[in-house]
Write a protein that binds this ligand. Structure first.
Ligand code: C2E
Ligand code: CA
Ligand code: CA
Length: 523
């Protein structure tokens, strides 16, 4: 697996991002559809209110006008019908809704727009009309003029009991339906008087109880004993389509934006910088043990990254990843900061002169700010307490051109240099010849093979002999057993580092380690 992918895998899992984005898209869809639904419903409700108001005004005007025009008729002198009939006929001609007008006196219809002189009991003419009321409105199934069509009978009481005007009005809901045609969700209306109703979808009389429940709006007319009910859907099909379209558009936008942002934003490169800002890094320290005395003579600082989502990320992965993404310089600067902060705390617990080993990366060594960074770090550290060692791998050497100048400068600052992971590369011997080191760290790959006292390793023997000849201190890494420690001590290795003595420790664990040292390891 390429190095970078070992880091990116836990962070940049495309399936996770896709799932998250899809869920977010769905949420966006639901949320925006809901908001659009509420807005459209509100808009529709406003329209229905306006429509109800306009209908109310329209019908109110209609009846007010009728009242105004017809009521004076009851004051016509009760002479002969011929004398007033023209007036009645004129009124029916002028108002298209009026079918017939009767003049009533003493509850007797004595003249109408369609007949001559007459004498008919009003209660026979319109059995349900209550002449005691100032205004009464009744629905009738048919009239003599239009036997097929239901009509409204309007009674307008005059200034005496049993005196007034009775009018039959043809009901034509077509203009109303045309008027509401712009509102696609309106599909009918009903006129209701008492327990009778006439609807726009059925041109006959129905019981008001058989009308659909929950009309969109019910309109009362103050002063007139009847109601108008408007029927329809609260939302039209077009409205639902708009809501779905808005939801879909915003859902897709949200989902894709999340996909875009997450793939950009969760790039591990950025994550590292973000991790620095958010304080996700800390340093653990692994004791370095003097082989002969068994005392702690140094500490190796090892960087740790606890990512909030991916958890602990192996340093091998994120260090190399940071190197590849040109982020090792800010990361090492951060390491310097963390170590300086920790050491101010540790210096009270740790004997003066203890070695402090830091791992340095090639890219930082070659960086023009390197000297400046190291100088600042040295200033930030507790003064005259730790002795510093920078660990540099063979890989580091390959990529650093002016290594000798850098080493000389570091030594001038009392920083010694260790060649780390010795034996894992191909050209280590050349570097040993070319540069002067203070320590040689024998890679744990060599150490782990040491299984018993009688173990032989010509290569390791040669390495140790070489180190002796070059006057280098040796540190054996990854010492896990007493046999390994004995074997190495027997061959003159100066320092040990490994789980046999201690795993890397947090500051708190290290303080405890120094306050209550563990029993000496049998080795
Ligand atoms: P390294 O410099 O060789 O560090 C020693 C590694 O060996 C550490 O692994 C340590 O936990 C592990 N180790 C110590 N004793 C034993 C043992 O007895 N058995 C076994 N199996 N392992 C042992 P860690 O902390 O995972 O670090 C891995 C590598 O990451 C380091 O190898 C070093 O190359 C790099 N690294 C860690 N911190 C830093 C840093 O601050 N800067 C740079 N540039 N590299 C770092
Ligand atoms: Ca090291
Ligand atoms: Ca090493």
């Amino acid at each position: 697996m390429p190095l970078s992918s070992s880091l990116t895998r836990p962070l940049l899992n495309p399936r996770k991002i896709a799932c998250f984005s899809a869920t977010l898209g769905l949420l966006f869809f639901l949320l925006s559809a809901l908001i659009a639904l509420l807005l459209v419903a509100q808009h529709r409700a406003n329209n229905h209110d306006k429509l109800a108001k306009r209908s109310q005004d329209y019908v109110q005007n209609l009846f007010d006008e009728l009242k105004q025009n017809l009521l004076p008729l009851q004051t016509l002198p009760h002479l002969s019908c011929d004398a007033v009939k023209d007036t009645l006929t004129r009124h029916t001609a002028v108002n298209e809704n009026i079918q017939t007008i009767w003049l009533v006196d003493n509850n007797q219809a004595w003249c109408s727009s369609t007949t001559d002189e007459m004498q008919q009991d009003i209660h026979r003419l319109s059995p349900e009309t209550d002449t005691r009321k100032a205004i009464d409105i009744r629905l009738v199934a048919a009239t003599p003029l239009a036997p097929e069509k239901p009509a409204l009978e309007l009674w307008l009481k005059g200034d005496e009991a049993g005196k007034g005007v009775l009018v039959t009005l043809g009901i034509n809901l077509t203009p109303y339906l045309l008027y509401t045609a712009g509102q696609h969700e309106i599909n009918g209306m009903a006129i209701i008087t008492g327990d009778k109703a006439i609807t726009s979808w059925e041109q006959r009389f129905v019981s008001s109880h058989s009308l659909p429940a929950n009309p969109l709006r019910t309109i009362m007319l103050p002063g007139y004993p009847f109601q108008l009910a408007i029927y329809g859907d609260r939302l039209s099909v077009g409205d639902i389509n708009i809501v779905l379209l808005v939801g879909l558009l915003l859902g897709l936008t949200g989902g894709f934006s999340s996909l875009l942002v997450m793939t950009q934003y969760w790039r591990p490169g950025r994550e590292i910088l973000q991790g620095i800002r958010r304080g996700e890094f800390h340093v653990e320290y692994q004791p370095v043990i003097a082989a002969v005395s068994g005392d702690v003579c140094g500490l190796e600082a090892l960087l740790r990254w606890t990512h909030p989502v991916a958890g602990a990320i192996p340093p091998d992965s994120f260090i190399r990843y940071a190197e590849n993404k040109n982020l090792i310089v800010p990361l090492t600067r951060h390491l310097f900061e963390l170590v300086a902060r920790d050491c101010h705390e540790l210096r009270h617990e740790i004997p003066a002169g203890t070695g402090l080993n830091l791992n340095l990366s090639p890219a930082h060594l070659s960086d023009k700010e390197f000297y400046h960074d190291v100088t600042r770090w040295l200033e930030a550290m507790p003064q005259n307490h730790f002795s510093y060692v920078f660990e540099i791998t063979e890989r580091t050497m390959v990529e650093t051109r002016n290594a000798q100048d850098i080493f000389d400068w570091l030594r001038s600052k009392n920083i010694r240099i260790a060649l780390d992971d010795f034996g894992t590369g191909h050209s280590a011997l050349i570097y040993l010849e070319k540069f002067r080191f203070d320590y040689l760290k024998i890679d744990r790959g060599f150490v782990k093979n040491i299984a018993r006292e009688s173990f032989t390793s010509p290569v390791l023997d040669a390495v140790l002999a070489l180190a002796k000849k070059l006057n280098l201190h040796t540190v054996a890494e990854g010492v896990e057993t007493g046999e390994q420690a004995r074997w190495l001590r027997h061959r003159g290795v100066c320092h040990f580092q490994g789980f046999l003595f201690s795993r890397p420790r947090t500051v708190a664990q290290l303080i405890e380690y120094f306050q209550r040292p563990p029993a000496p390891v049998e080795s």
